[in-house]
Design a protein around this ligand. Structure first.
Ligand code: AHG
Ligand code: MN
Ligand code: MN
Length: 351
């Protein structure tokens, strides 16, 4: 009798996907979730699954070392050089970059990578038979590390266009965002979470440090259609286009005395993550000195736009859907307005 009661109360006797949405007590690790997804697609070869698992492994290693920042001199501070985009490189930018490259090259599923921290793409000589390329921002918001604010890793996966068996080419990387096979990010905050999509919704996995596993904690994330939060570096307001200044006026709404809340951390991953879960819009508009904005299409905007659309939100550069932009350069930048659908529409339709 007791056995029957236990049996009835433990949904873990049933296949994983029958209960993930019910927030059961069943622990579903990232690896189990990926494996179950693969099982539901008999045509899948398992290569994308392997790739995602390796990104999860890289994230655990980066997380481990980030948590020591401040204690170990070797990982905190500037690397005393600038990257190809002229930005100061932190030691942890380099470290995270190396970890991701090593994990992806070891995986066997990735024929090459492009990274915010590399001058150009890297083709893996020993992985000519792999099908996927991965683009990433190894450490997003890295200027926040020294003050222990949240940072992240962002990744984007494309199926290669060049023939399997050859070295990957630039053409494999310069694909529009709507061609992504998967995208995601890891946020290293008060806890560490990996959020990803393969085009069938968005799921979030929180790292349980006691067992060293990412466990499903946020199944099928949906962004509220509307909200009253905006995220931007409002200090640049005078340099923004007229319509963005108008949008800021709208948010401050002195007429009805119901201003919107401004929330800005300065780590895209952290600002995006909050808005993804709670609703809101993240803006990085063009300025007079940076007419294409600051954020990178391939490493930041495309993967986040893919996730945001999968979660029911939207992402635009002001005139075009982010995911439909045909890239011409690996490191190209774009203005971005991303988040709850109605708020993004409000931004881009404000005159
Ligand atoms: P990264 O650390 O990868 O260079 O990215 C920093 C980005 C992004 O995370 C953030 O939203 C933005 O820079 C902040 O820029 P401002 O300091 O101009 O607001
Ligand atoms: Mn970044
Ligand atoms: Mn970065």
């Amino acid at each position: 009798m007791l056995f029957l009661q236990i049996f009835a109360s433990h949904s873990w006797y049933f296949p994983i996907f029958t209960h993930v949405k019910k927030k059961s007590m069943r622990l579903v690790t990232l690896d189990e979730f990926i494996a179950e997804n693969q099982y539901r697609h008999p045509e899948a070869t398992g290569e994308l699954s392997g790739l995602l698992r390796d990104i999860g492994l890289a994230a655990k290693i980066v997380n481990r070392d980030l948590s020591k920042a401040g204690l170990v001199d070797a990982i905190l501070g500037d690397a005393e050089k600038t990257n190809v985009q002229g930005e100061e490189v932190k030691k942890l930018d380099e470290f995270a970059n190396e970890i991701l490259i090593k994990c992806l090259q070891n995986s066997g599923e990735c024929c090459g990578i492009a990274s915010e921290e590399e001058d150009t793409f890297v083709a893996f000589e020993n992985r000519k038979n792999a099908k996927y390329v991965v683009l990433f921002d190894p450490l997003d918001g890295s200027s926040n590390i020294d003050v222990i604010a949240p940072v992240g890793t962002i990744f984007s996966v494309f199926r290669r266009k060049s023939p399997v068996g050859t070295l990957c080419t630039l053409e494999d990387f310069l694909q529009a965002g709507d061609q992504q096979a998967a995208a995601g990010y890891v946020i290293y905050g008060s806890s560490t979470m990996l959020v990803y999509s393969t085009g069938e919704g968005v799921n979030g996995f929180t790292l349980d440090p006691t067992i060293g596993e990412f466990c499903l904690s946020h199944a099928d994330i949906q962004t509220p259609k509307n909200a009253k939060t905006y995220s931007m570096n409002q200090g640049n307001c005078r340099d923004f286009p007229e319509n963005i200044q108008q949008f800021v006026d709208f948010c401050q709404d002195n007429v009805t005395k119901k201003p919107y809340s401004l929330r800005y951390i300065g780590s895209m991953v952290a600002d995006f993550h909050r808005n993804l879960l709670k609703g809101g819009v993240f803006l990085y508009p063009p300025t007079k000195s940076a007419p294409n904005g600051k954020l990178r299409l391939m490493y930041e905007c495309n993967p986040m736009a893919y996730l945001q659309e999968q979660a029911g939100g939207s992402a635009s550069n002001g005139g075009q859907r982010i995911l439909s932009i045909q890239p011409t350069e690996l490191h190209q930048r774009t203005p971005v307005y991303i988040g709850s659908e109605e708020l993004v529409n409000k931004v881009i339709h404000t005159k």
